[in-house]
Design a binder for this molecule. Structure first.
Ligand SMILES: Nc1ncnc2c1ncn2[C@@H]1O[C@H](COP(=O)(O)OP(=O)(O)O)[C@@H](O)[C@H]1O
Ligand SMILES: [Mg+2]
Length: 247
């Protein structure tokens, strides 16, 4: 596979705005098949906007977005999910009155009607989530609203995996979780990547994110300010000063 064939997600000079207010300025980045790539940046840098722009909300006002070599910049949002991109949004957005299992099953919506009606496939997908998150599955008949924050985050990830995505997008999954839980969660992300799902992880928690990522990008005021191998960014004095508490 040459470099171009390895590219799963490519952004070239992407700009985005809310009305007249520009948020992303010529963002260029790529995520290769099998990688964990992290995008780190402070609150308000434009990280969530970048993820939402992938789904066309808001739409890029300039530049191109390609998935597996196919241009998706102007595709309708529901078609983008069907390409094999699943998102774990900021704040998890689970349905508290529904059970854990019902929330998980909502995740199959991007699959074809035939796939959705295949009980064998559904069982296999639920089994996969169970194997990744056994403690969550112990509660599969409980209402999702009764789960802890960490369990809700696991549920949101499990739900995204129910569509068998090729690319999993996560928006600050560590937010509000205790350090031990963050380590457990990120260990599962590593396992998901090892099983063949490419991961694009957006985080303010640069330290933990760079520890599990292959490569990273630093977003400052809507611009990519630095990029590189995660271990190099972790060791970089500048990044340490700005994002890792200066230690
Ligand atoms: N729906 C919106 N309408 C207008 N401005 C927004 C909206 N969402 C975010 N913004 C602004 O866009 C900028 C980037 O926000 P965001 O992408 O949420 O950053 P991050 O996820 O890095 O914290 C901020 O200045 C924020 O106030
Ligand atoms: Mg955000």
């Amino acid at each position: 596979m040459n470099a171009e064939e390895r590219r799963l997600l490519v952004l070239e000079g992407v700009r985005a705005a809310y009305g007249a207010v520009p948020v992303l300025h010529d963002v260029t980045l790529h995520v290769d098949r099998g990688e964990i790539v992290t995008l780190i940046g402070a609150n308000g840098a434009g990280k969530s906007t970048l993820l939402m722009t992938l789904f066309g909300q808001p739409r890029a006002t300039a530049g191109r977005i390609l998935f597996s070599g196919q241009e998706m910049t102007a595709l309708p949002t529901h078609r983008i999910a069907r390409l094999g991109i699943a998102q774990v949004p900021e704040g998890r957005r689970i349905f508290p009155a529904m059970t854990v299992e019902e929330n998980l099953i909502l995740g199959i919506t991007p699959l074809t009607a035939r796939e959705q009606e295949d009980p064998g496939l559904r069982a296999a997908l639920l089994e996969h989530v169970r194997s990744l998150f056994p403690r969550l599955w112990e509660r599969h008949r409980q209402r999702a609203g009764t789960l802890s924050g960490g369990e809700q985050q696991m549920l949101a990830i499990g739900r995204a995996l129910m569509s068998r995505p090729r690319l999993l997008l996560l928006d600050e999954p560590s937010l509000g979780l205790a350090p031990l839980l963050i380590r457990q969660l990120f260990a599962v992300l590593r396992r998901i990547a090892a099983e063949g799902t490419t991961i694009f992880l957006v985080e303010q928690n640069a330290n933990q994110a760079l520890r599990i990522a292959d490569r990273g990008y630093v977003l400052v005021n809507g611009r990519i300010q630095m990029e590189g191998v995660a271990a190099d960014l972790l060791a970089d004095g500048h990044v340490r000063q700005a994002y890792l508490g200066g230690h």
